[in-house]
Ligand binder design. Sequence first.
Ligand SMILES: Nc1nc2c(ncn2[C@@H]2O[C@H](COP(=O)(O)OP(=O)(O)OP(=O)(O)O)[C@@H](O)[C@H]2O)c(=O)[nH]1
Ligand SMILES: [Mg+2]
Length: 439
Amino acid sequence: GFSQRDLGPRWKAWGAALRPHSLAASPDRASLSRRLPGPSPSALRPAASTSSPPEGSRSLRRSWRGAALVSALSSFVSLSQVEQKRHFVDHRRVLVRGGNGGSGASCFHSEPRKEFGGPDGGDGGSGGHVILRVDQQVKSLSSVLSQYQGFHGEDGGSKNCSGRGGAVLYVRVPVGTLVKEGGQVVADLCRPGDEYVAALGGAGGKGNRFFLANDNRAPVTCTPGQPGQERVLHLELQTIAHAGLVGFPNAGKSSLLCAISNARPAVASYPFTTLNPHVGIVHYEGHLQIAVADIPGIVRGAHRNRGLGLAFLRHIERCRCLLFLVDLSLPEPWTQVEDLQHELDRYKEGLSQRPHAIVANKVDLPEAKARLPQLRAHLGQEVIALSAVTGENLEELLLRLRELHAASEEAELGRGRPPLGGARAGAAGPGCCDLGPGL
Ligand SMILES: Nc1nc2c(ncn2[C@@H]2O[C@H](COP(=O)(O)OP(=O)(O)OP(=O)(O)O)[C@@H](O)[C@H]2O)c(=O)[nH]1
Ligand SMILES: [Mg+2]
C-alpha cells in the first residue's frame, strides 16, 4: 500500500537525489529501486551494523530534514526489505495455454431477389501464441504468473468475413532464464530479446464457403477452431556472471564484492545475511568489465539441499571461473576449501575444476595472519591473502581475476563458443551461452 505518490513531489525529488547510482548492479536491488525509488534498505541501516557505512547513509543524514519523515521511512524500509526478499524469485512453474482458434461460420448469402446466394461463412481466426521474451528490465521471475492463457481467435462471420486472429501474448522473463519441460531443458534464454514460443495458438476452423465444390454447391459444413497448445513449463533463473564468489556464510563474500565492485549487498556479522545472488561489475582499464557474483547459501550438505540448498548451487553453474573465499579467522581454514569443492562436485561433477583462485579473507586479524603459512602448506597452491575490510592486497586479487577471465575466455573461444560478452552494469548479467558440464 505504500507508494511514492503518498509522499508527494518532495519525496520524489529527495528520492532521486539519494538514489545510489551503484544499486543497479545487483539484480534484485535494481528491481526494488525501480518499484520504490529511493535509498536502498542497506544504505538506510544503522551504521553500527555495517563495517563501513555506505555512502548512501551519509548523504541521507545530510539531506534528511524532518524527523517525522524519517520514522515514516523506517517503516517503509522494513516493508521494502520484506518485499525484496519475497520478490526475488528464481524458479517458477507455469501453465501456458495458447489461444483457441475461432470456429468457421456456416451461412448463405442472402439478398433481395437473389435466391441461392451460395455459402459465405468465413473462417475462424487462429488463436494467439504465448511467447517468452527476454527483457533486461526484468530482474527476477517474480513478475511471472503461474498461468497464462493466450488470446482466442474470433469466430468467422457471414459475408465471407474471417475472424480476427488472437494477439500474441508476451511473457517478460529475465536474462538467464532456463526453460524446462519434464526435466528436459527446452530453451536457454540468455540474451536480451531472445524469444521462445511456449504455447502455440490453435488453428481457426473453416467456414462453409471453404467446402464449396462442383458436386456440392450448398455445403452447410463448417469446422470448429482447434484448441491452443497446453504445456507445463519450469522456468529457472541462473545468475550470469564471469566469476562467482564461493564461500561459507560469514566468510566475507559480500564485503569483498563491495570492496572491488559497485554492488552494495548487505554486510553483517551473522550467517545468511545475503539471501539472493548479487552481481557486481569490476571495471578495469581499457573498458574491460568483469561481472562477479556473490552467491549465498553454501553450507556443508548443500548438495543434499541443506541450508538454502540446491537453489544457489545452480547459480554457480553459469560462472566461468570461481573465487573460493576462505575465512582465515576460523581454525583449520583448509577444510573450508575442501568442503566447498566437495559440495560443488557432488552437485555437478567437475564444477570445482573450473579456473579458480583461492582467496583467504580477514588477514587483518592477527590470529588469521598466523594461519596463512599453514593454509598454504596444506593446499600446496597459491593463496591470495587479503582483507575486504581494510582493502589490503586487493590488487593481487584483481590481477588474478583478470588472468582467470582471460584464460576462460580463451578456452571458450577454443571450444568454438562465443565469449560471454562485455558485462553491463545494471543487467543481471551479460549475454551468455550454455556452459556444458565441467565448464
Ligand atoms: N576483520 C575482518 N572482518 C571482515 C572482513 N571481511 C568481512 N568481515 C566481517 O565478516 C562479517 C561477514 O561479512 P559478510 O560480507 O556479510 O559475509 P558473507 O560471506 O557475505 O556472509 P553471508 O551473506 O551471510 O553468506 C561481517 O561482520 C564483516 O564485517 C575482513 O577482511 N576483516
Ligand atoms: Mg553476504
